[in-house]
Design a protein around this ligand. Structure first.
Ligand code: FDA
Length: 394
């Protein structure tokens, strides 16, 4: 049975960061994964360019039952630390929007960077390895795997969440938590498109491909001002993905379709300028014409000239356009979700080291725990920060 100081299960973003950090401290590290390739989610992330962090990392961008949990790790390994590593490797990057940093060339650059750092840190990596059993020893853990038996003092679980099963997502980490008596919080898909009720799907599916800026508001009051996209299944786009993490089944989402505008004031001005202009043509200056036409066909907008609109009607239109409501039927689920909400309860873990309070030597990092970030590089930053926090102490 081969012995290592540290065994990390899961060679994704968090696992690799933890491995290289522990390796540089002189620890012998074995990084195991059942996949054929390292960091598969990194490779497909950000449309192949990996949105690897965000310039504006803040704790309020994370969903976690204990909102203070993320503070310590994010403060000790910041976005600037990761950007520094990216720069040292000569990887060119740019800000796309809202502080989101993407590689100029390819997400492969990030995987190559982490692989190189793991090599420099002396990490042993072993892919295509199934973990068959974990036993707790008096000191440390014994692992039975498809490639033989191993022992370690510290065991780190970095197997991620349930999103995108076709990329190898498994509930392995949750099973380990259960095996050691740690509490799990219910999991659901986050950062995920909405599906619509059959009658709404019929109304809006022909708008598939249309995008517009909106402010999306969930019943809990959380708001995001970004783009919304109509799809043939329902609604997507950054505003929808963001708000999906705050939505509960049965609740409505309210969309301000004219987030930059006071509709009543605009109506007054444009009616004064062009009284005989049709409302359709006037509104099409502000919103995609196909959307205006469809809302008109559905009878939600009037087929009139501007000077035919009464004061009360203008107020009603304002209420409708600034507060267009949809009660989603559900979400597209883990198949397309970027993250998994819920997971290992952070009350079970140290916020400084990610070690399980009840099981010394056992650590959970990355998405497997009940921490999920907004869209925009926040989830990778959590993987880097939590991986580093554990890597510093294992
Ligand atoms: P991750 O899922 O990266 O790694 C887990 C590893 O464990 C994998 O290598 C897997 O093979 C391995 N594993 C699983 N089960 C195992 C088992 N039973 N035995 C052995 N190994 C096992 N975030 C962001 O900040 N910016 C972005 O641009 C994107 N883009 C994006 C696109 C898409 C399509 C998705 C699905 C997700 C994103 N994300 C993102 C989210 C981001 O990918 C995610 O939060 C991190 O990858 C989580 O890192 P982890 O290391 O925790 O898990």
């Amino acid at each position: 049975m081969q012995k290592f100081d540290v065994i990390i299960i899961g060679a994704g973003a968090a696992g690799m960061m933890c491995a290289l950090t522990a390796g540089y401290r002189g620890r012998s590290v074995l990084l195991l994964d059942n996949a054929k390739q390292l960091g598969r989610k990194i490779l497909i992330s950000g449309g192949g360019r990996c949105n690897f962090t965000n310039q504006n990392i803040e704790t309020s961008a994370y969903l976690c039952r204990n909102s203070h949990f993320v503070k310590s790790a994010l403060a000790r390994y910041t976005q600037w630390d990761f950007i520094g590593m990216v720069e040292r490797h000569g990887i060119e990057f740019h800000e796309k929007t809202l502080g989101q940093l993407f590689c100029n060339e390819s997400a492969k650059d990030i995987v190559n960077m982490l692989t190189t750092e793991c090599d420099w840190a002396g990490v042993t990596t072993q892919l295509r390895t199934e973990i068959l059993n974990i036993d707790r020893l008096e000191k440390g853990f014994a692992l039975e795997t498809s490639e033989g038996g191993y022992q370690c003092d510290s065991l780190v679980i970095a197997t991620g969440g349930l999103s995108m099963p076709k990329l190898g997502a498994t509930p392995f980490g949750y099973k380990v938590a259960e095996q050691f008596g740690l509490k799990l919080l219910p999991t659901t898909a986050g950062l995920v498109p909405f599906t619509l009720q059959p009658e709404d799907k019929e109304k809006y599916e022909e708008l598939s491909g249309i995008a517009l800026p909106v402010t999306a508001t969930a019943e809990c009051g959380k708001q995001f001002k970004e783009a919304m996209l109509f799809t043939h299944r329902g609604l997507s786009g950054p505003a929808v993905l963001q708000i999906s993490s705050y939505w509960k089944p049965g609740e409505k989402i309210s969309f301000n379709l004219l987030p930059e505008l006071d509709f009543v004031e605009w109506c007054k001005t444009i009616t004064h300028e062009s009284p005989k202009l049709s409302f359709k043509n006037a509104l099409s200056r502000l919103m995609p014409k196909r959307l205006v036409e469809r809302l008109m066909e559905l009878g939600d907008l009037p087929d009139k000239n501007l000077n035919q609109l009464g004061k009360g009607e203008i107020q009603q239109l304002s209420d409708y356009l600034h507060n267009w409501q949809i009660a989603p039927n559900g979400t597209e689920g883990y198949r397309t979700a970027e993250v998994t909400l819920g997971g290992v309860d952070t009350d079970e873990l140290s916020s400084k080291t990610m070690e399980a309070k009840k099981v010394p030597g056992l650590y959970f990092i990355g998405e497997v725990m009940d921490v999920s970030g907004w869209l925009g590089g926040y989830n990778f930053q959590w993987a880097w920060s939590s991986g580093y926090a554990a890597g510093e102490v294992v």
